[in-house]
Design a protein. Structure first.
Lengths: 352, 352
């Protein structure tokens, strides 16, 4: 896959977003979010998403200039309205509102309603970790999973994430959907004309299936059965019910519903590490925990035990040095948008 | 199984705890916590645990009169030290410290170090729900699970819980360990001389096993593989690392280590619903969500879709009417303690 420099990609994304009406500062935030996902090897949440965001802005389904407004404030809790703006831009601004509040009060929380797909939760969590804070982040998403016992898409793949600063050069990054697998894995299996493992999905009639095409017409299963259902519901309650956004099946589909807004809801809870213990002591404790985990006995055939976030940090280091891989399909989309929006296309494959 | 009235069981537990040195008010809290678990059908966290608590108090491994002290306070974050007291008593007192803080500030959080096994997380979460608040609760526990790729018991079954008030007569109750199954299920299979399903546990050499006895010498697997590992680590970071308690394998085993304290760590984050939206609007939104879930299409053979907390609420209603079942083994232990501590044994099977 061709690789490009981080700066080139950020400029390109930022220029395109700005050309379609996103204020320059907000366009830079969006570019940072998307390119950061590609940098960390999470291309499903990276530049490949720009096309649909631009399409939705052009169709009037996302307001590129929306303000983030405070609907309610009680102590260090904020109820925010994204004004149907870009998810990444509004959620990052929400986080910037929370940081001083968590600094002063030890903990601060926000819900954000009337938002969109907002990319990788790790971007927000890692930003908080760089401020010596721990962010717990959740979001609801377009319907894909059924409650235990059902087979109607109710919940999104409702992810949960948190990052913890460390002294190891990368934050510990917990970031997981509450589904068995991301829907993208089923799409990939269908493209390869391969079956999917049992336990991933149900078909349209609610029966388990290993046929990828049938699975795509049905629902994705929650991880660990009823436990994933319970966690998906928890995410829906924090992100959807408490925020005032759409709930469950009412959340709009980014790709399928090209006639209405998504109305996604997010939830952030931010903790200032130093409210709990001295930062130096914290770092010692977290680093020792990492060392203990990594030096624990390995199963037969396992070469190394990784902590969550370690693998993506290594990918980011590699990509920063060698360029960030972007698929030809995604790049073709960007070229098309450059022509359409009259943005100069100045991206060359990285020579590193 | 014989059934007993809630009042009789609470008096008995409370009298025994008081007789061994727990102050009357604290003994009543402990009794409420344990009997509440049995009432809700969770006997693994109920009166059956009193024996080991009393044994540990008698051995000087739990301080029955410990004070809960505030080590640090920043805004509405408290770092608490349980003084090696009873987990249920100290954690409930911690929650009572958080409630006014969350009321004023919208959100409040606490870590508690130097604690013990503190029973079912639902007891704390449901109490918060009765105050129109949402509690997110976590705890580390004695080592049972390995990190992904390892086979050394590092994490406890590190549970996560949250309850949400509803207008349906019961709170939504999310309460799950991050292991595939509770260790108790493997113990039960061994007693029945039955194999366990694949995916539950590893043997002493780190190989998957379906032999219950071998599994008990090995480690329990995390739920959903690396996702359960990530969540177990998150719980360890919030409850263990941030609290100043023992971390991972350093946490003492309640039954095996009869020579040292457990030093368990807990984490609470409490949210005042009314900081986010009006309570009446919240209730309408949560109840509609429940109705939508319950009326969604059912898989073949499924009679009813339940929301988390609904089943245990039904069990509690039944047990409140017909008496709470307590196993003969547990009751024999209580009788023995009554004789030992010279506490009158006034419990009769319920005639309801």
């Amino acid at each position: 896959m061709p690789r490009y420099s981080k700066d080139q990609l950020q400029s390109l994304v930022s220029d395109l977003a700005h050309a379609i009406g996103v204020p320059a500062e907000d366009a830079a935030l969006l570019a940072d979010a998307l390119v950061d996902a590609d940098l960390h090897g999470k291309s499903t949440h990276g530049v490949s998403r720009l096309d649909i965001y631009l399409r939705r802005i052009e169709a009037g389904l996302i307001d590129p200039q929306a303000a983030l407004t405070v609907s309610r404030q009680t102590g260090s809790v904020l109820t925010l309205d994204a004004g149907n703006g870009l998810g990444q831009v509004q959620a990052r601004k929400a986080l910037d509102l929370l940081i001083p509040r968590a600094g002063e009060n030890g903990v601060a929380a926000a819900t954000i309603c009337n938002s969109q797909h907002f990319g990788a939760l790790s971007w927000y969590c890692n930003y908080a970790a760089s401020k010596r804070m721990v962010l717990l982040a959740m979001t609801n998403c377009e319907p894909a999973m059924s409650p235990e016992g059902g087979y109607e898409a109710f919940f999104g793949t409702n992810p949960i994430a948190a990052s913890f600063p460390t002294g190891k050069g990368f934050p510990i990054k917990i970031d997981l959907s509450t589904s068995t697998v991301a829907r993208g894995n089923i799409i990939a299996a269908e493209k390869r004309k391969e079956p999917i493992p049992p336990g991933w999905a149900l078909n349209r009639s609610g029966e388990p299936t290993t046929d990828a095409s049938e699975a795509l017409l049905g629902t994705v299963l929650t991880m660990a059965g009823h436990k994933g259902y319970a966690l998906a519901l928890m995410v829906e309650l924090f992100s959807g019910v408490l925020s005032g956004s759409a709930i469950g099946p009412e959340v709009g589909s980014m790709y399928k519903n090209l006639d209405r807004k998504q109305d996604v809801g997010h939830f952030f809870c931010l903790f200032n590490v130093e409210a709990f213990l001295d930062y130096a002591e914290y770092l010692q404790r977290v680093d020792e925990t990492i060392d203990r985990i990594k030096s624990s006995r390995k199963r037969p055939g396992v070469e190394e035990i990784l902590v969550p976030g370690e693998r993506s940090a290594r990918i980011a280091t590699l990509n920063a040095a060698e360029g960030i891989p972007v698929s030809k399909e995604t790049f073709a989309e960007l070229e098309k948008w450059c022509a359409h929006l009259k943005v100069p296309f100045n991206c060359n494959e990285a020579v590193c």
